[in-house]
Design a protein around this ligand. Sequence first.
Ligand code: PLP
Length: 303
Amino acid sequence: MLIPQHIPYQSIQHPLFQEKGIELTVKRLDLVHGDVSGNKFFKLQYNLQEAIAQGYSRILTFGGAYSNHIHATAAACHLVGLESIGIIRGEQSSPLNPTLRFAQEKGMQLHYWDRSKYRNKQRPEMLQELLDAFGDVYIVPEGGTNALAIKGTAEILTSEDKQFSHIFTAIGTGGTFAGLVSSLQSHQKLLGVSALKGDFMVKEIDELIQKHKIKFQGSCDILLDYHFGGYAKWNHELLDLIREFKKSYGLPLDPVYTGKMMAAVLGEVKKGTIPTGSKILAVQTGGLQGVKGFEDRIGVSLG
Ligand SMILES: *Cc1c(COP(=O)(O)O)cnc(C)c1O
């Protein structure tokens, strides 16, 4: 699982940006690998390397039924020859949704925990239960954020990206934001778009930065107004934006993270918080595996 030398960029010729004298470029992490897509590739690579180096043969992790992290972990473990176990929140559905079907096809062993048990998964007695049930497993937390994940996401920005003044990314657990912030240049500003409702994210990111002793140049901010009602919530304006970017620019976005990130790019440019002459880099962090499940669940097409 090697990071490709060159990740594709896509320039977006949108009338709003032309009018404001701002450039928009997208970094297509969704294209880093066919099965291990987006930021999850960066978050997993050093974890799997470490697991192998320590002699583990199985990875255990957690996620919801449509989780990009579950999908990517199953595929990555399959690629490098590790067994994988997924603890899934909620009840098993039949037939399996596309995310879990894929994970199972990649050899992931799926176990379902009801919501109250799942909520307590960090407790020491739960950890013991896992070790008793599954033996010696390398545990990757839900969403995949830990020190090695941040080491990986610190490699998303490369020297080519020095030209950009503003960088936008979606936030779930903040591991991607933390890696990006650690690799900023002094003239750059990172804008993280929370996919979750509530201002708790500001504190969480702060704690993550302190815990991992991240020092950074440049500046950063967290945008809390583009969650569209909360995690995995949506409205027709969001779906229209996703369809428009697909149709007009050939850029695929997902409704949980990258669509909201792009709504924030447009929203901030419209509001005038991004000065004329700025060069924006929007990170397409992936998540496209979830689109089919979303369309099936909601009964819509995203084009
Ligand atoms: C998981 C995910 C995120 C959030 O990443 P964090 O490191 O948890 O903040 C953003 N975008 C996509 C597409 C994801 O799958």
